[in-house]
Design a protein around this ligand. Structure first.
Ligand code: A3P
Length: 295
């Protein structure tokens, strides 16, 4: 009789002090063979900060706003997720093999784990940061779905783990700060999820200018429309509805969940908020980054 191995919810694995989904940790070896090109563009975020959204925006910019071309494949097959590995799915590096230049690449890795070649080659980076409270809530719902991540348990215990950096990719605080500091010496466009939601066209203009791909006004308007939360939630190429059930459990939530600023207020208790704020001011002391918690 064939033994069916249970591949779900293995414990996180620590690499250079950073906890990672076990399979993603295994992908780091092959990832060192990455050969960046000078025209690559790296999308970097702490998870749940608007990665998929900015990926779709960038692919639309690269395709000159041509919707049909953006429908050519799912977002994971258009924007390879460098450290991705999961049983039964092609790895990020395998997907990358078939991607023609100029390539869009995605990562959530902190700088300590990023292939050094990307920094040496001065590959341009679009970084998106989102306020930590909405990230924590979004991550809680997502890790309930994500079967390769340990079970988040109750919201209260998950919030403690999030503050202690005991979730995949470790501390949110460290991630947003180190990529912010990198922007002093490396070509990084540092964006905020809250700004994108407040005025998507203004932020898309910044991206267009950063990647040096000017587009007519009507095309910008069309990109704004087609990358709205409502449109992307319905779009099978962006809503992750076709990933295997071994990877995402669709019975608990959906990937395109709410897409708002301030959902944390529906989840945090007063006590949790006070605990979070105290921890936050310690970890973010001296940092010039400013986040918005409502619009
Ligand atoms: P919520 O769980 O708060 O709804 P990532 O792609 O980095 O995993 O981020 C996922 C978060 O971004 C989810 O947040 C998701 O709903 C939100 N999101 C995805 N596309 C969006 C869009 N077009 N507009 C606003 N939010 C979006």
């Amino acid at each position: 009789m064939e033994l069916v191995q249970d591949t779900s919810r293995p414990p996180l694995e620590y690499v250079k002090g950073v906890p990672l989904i076990k399979y993603f940790a295994e992908a780091l070896g092959p990832l060192q063979n990455l050969q960046p090109r000078s025209d690559d563009l790296l999308i970097s975020t702490y998870p749940k900060s608007g990665t998929t959204w900015v990926s779709e925006v960038l692919d639309m910019i690269y395709q000159g706003g041509d919707l049909k071309k953006c429908h050519r494949a799912t977002i994971m097959d258009r924007v390879p997720f460098l450290e991705f590995k999961s049983p039964g799915c092609p790895t990020g590096m395998e997907v990358l093999k078939d991607i023609p230049a100029p390539r869009l690449l995605k990562t959530h890795l902190p700088l300590a784990l990023l292939p050094q070649a990307l920094l040496d080659q001065k590959v341009k980076v679009v970084y998106v940061a989102r306020n930590a409270k909405d990230v924590a809530v979004s991550a809680y719902h997502f890790y309930r779905m994500l079967k390769v991540h340990p079970d988040p348990g109750t919201w209260d215990s998950f919030l403690d783990k999030f503050m202690a950096g005991e979730v995949s990719y470790g501390f949110w605080h460290k991630h947003v700060q180190e990529w912010w500091e990198l922007s002093c010496t490396h070509p990084v466009l540092y964006l905020f999820y809250e700004d994108m939601l407040e005025n998507p066209k203004r932020e898309i203009r910044k991206i267009v200018e950063f990647v040096g791909r000017p587009l007519p006004e009507e095309t910008l308007d069309s990109i704004v429309r087609h990358t709205s939360f409502r449109k992307m939630k319905k779009n099978p190429m962006t809503n992750y509805s076709n990933l295997p059930e071994t990877f995402l459990d669709y019975s608990t939530s959906s990937f395109m969940r709410k897409g708002t600023v301030g959902d944390w207020k529906n989840t945090f208790t007063v006590a949790q908020n006070e605990r979070f704020d105290a921890d936050y001011s310690e970890k973010m002391a001296g940092c010039s980054l400013h986040f918005r918690y409502e619009l």
